[in-house]
Design a protein around this ligand. Structure first.
Ligand code: SAH
Ligand code: AVI
Length: 331
């Protein structure tokens, strides 16, 4: 029998939830049947949603991806040389495109960490992992699929004493409510041993026109991404929500310092959700809150890290504080 002599360089772990989190049916029951209506953003990322997110990242209006990629181009070598990680863990890794800057720096420096991406959308992670191991012959990927809101305690992380660099990029921390963000950072910190580091991407407060355009691109990818939630609900819950019966809306709330993405009903209609055995009436102009994306001031960043018990060791701002990468350690 032929045996492949090369060690397996891509493993896939399905991470068991540490605690029970509501499923789509429960979130829809809690969030859709009566106003104020809302849904958590994690349901955007079915295969089509993940591809639409990639398209958003390439639009001229959506600056965070370009800003973070430019920062990583500049600072990856400094970060890797400083931390010298044995393991790189990435939460919500998506297509790992920007992470490649860190691996390129690893290659230049001869530092060869193992990569642990964690994703709720496994296909995009596995495709990206296969491309990464083809490009970096030293790289081993331990792909972890699961929901990070179900806890991080069951991640099959190494206990070999090597330093870990944890990545939470893209400004995704901004998709959490403030209390959730604090709790999630506390969970991340609980994974960290002294000397481990967190590289956190945060989008910054800026003029409203730039912010709102980033969430309503002219080519319509963000609108399609938002409306894709209707497809997910219809497919998974036997729903009959009319995709053409909703329009995309993105507004910046200055008080809460956050973009709010909403689906707005164009006309009054009744929706049947077969899997719930439930119907609801939605009036013309009524809205469903589908995502918040918080934008951070310097004080907000300092507060977030301080409450988590993290010490900032470097702050890399993009341009005129348009976007920030923060490197922080647990002492
Ligand atoms: N880090 C990438 C992707 C950001 S998009 C970047 O900066 O471009 C957010 C990513 O987090 C998506 O790939 C999505 O599938 C993933 N995600 C969203 N909610 C999640 C959850 N609850 N658990 C795990 N991954 C999640
Ligand atoms: C993943 N997350 C940081 C994106 C954001 O900017 O809040 C999701 C997104 N929603 C619309 N466009 C991008």
């Amino acid at each position: 029998m032929h045996r492949d002599a090369s060690p397996v360089r891509l493993a896939h772990h399905r991470v068991a939830p540490e605690r029970r989190v509501p499923d789509l049916a429960e979130d829809a029951r809690a969030g859709l049947l009566a106003p104020p209506r809302s849904m958590p953003p994690k349901y955007f990322y079915d295969e089509r949603g993940s591809r639409l997110f990639e398209a958003i990242c390439d639009t001229p209006e959506y600056y965070p991806t370009r800003a973070e990629a430019a920062l990583l181009t500049d600072v990856s070598e400094r970060v890797i040389a400083d931390i010298r990680p044995a393991h790189v863990v990435e939460l919500g890794s998506g297509n790992s495109h920007k992470t490649r800057h860190l691996f390129a720096a690893c290659e230049r420096l001869g530092i060869h960490p193992r990569y642990w991406p964690f994703e709720v959308s496994p296909q995009i992670m596995l495709d990206s992992a296969a491309a990464l191991i083809a490009d970096y012959d030293w790289l081993h990927v331990e792909a972890m699929s699961g929901d990070y809101t179900a806890g991080l305690g069951n991640l099959p992380l190494p206990g070999d004493g090597g330093r870990r660099l944890i990545l939470f990029l893209g400004g995704t921390i901004g998709n959490f409510e403030p209390a959730q963000a604090d709790a999630f950072l506390a969970e991340i910190v609980s994974l960290m041993a002294p000397g481990d580091a967190l590289l956190l991407g945060l989008d910054r407060v800026k003029d409203v026109a730039t912010l709102e355009a980033a969430y309503d691109d002219a080519a319509g990818y963000t609108a399609a991404f938002n409306k894709n939630l209707i497809n997910v609900i219809n497919r998974e819950l036997g729903g009959d929500m009319p995709v053409a019966g909703y329009r995309h809306r993105a507004v910046f709330d200055r008080t809460l310092s956050r973009i709010e993405m909403r689906l707005v009903a164009e006309y009054a209609h009744r929706v049947r959700l077969e899997a719930l055995g439930a119907d609801f009436e939605i009036a013309a102009g009524e809205e469903i809150l589908t995502e918040i994306s918080r934008k951070f001031s310097q004080e907000a960043i300092t507060g977030l890290l301080g409450r988590a018990g993290l010490r900032q060791t470097a702050h890399y701002p993009y341009g005129d504080d348009q976007y920030s990468l923060v490197l922080a350690v647990r002492d």
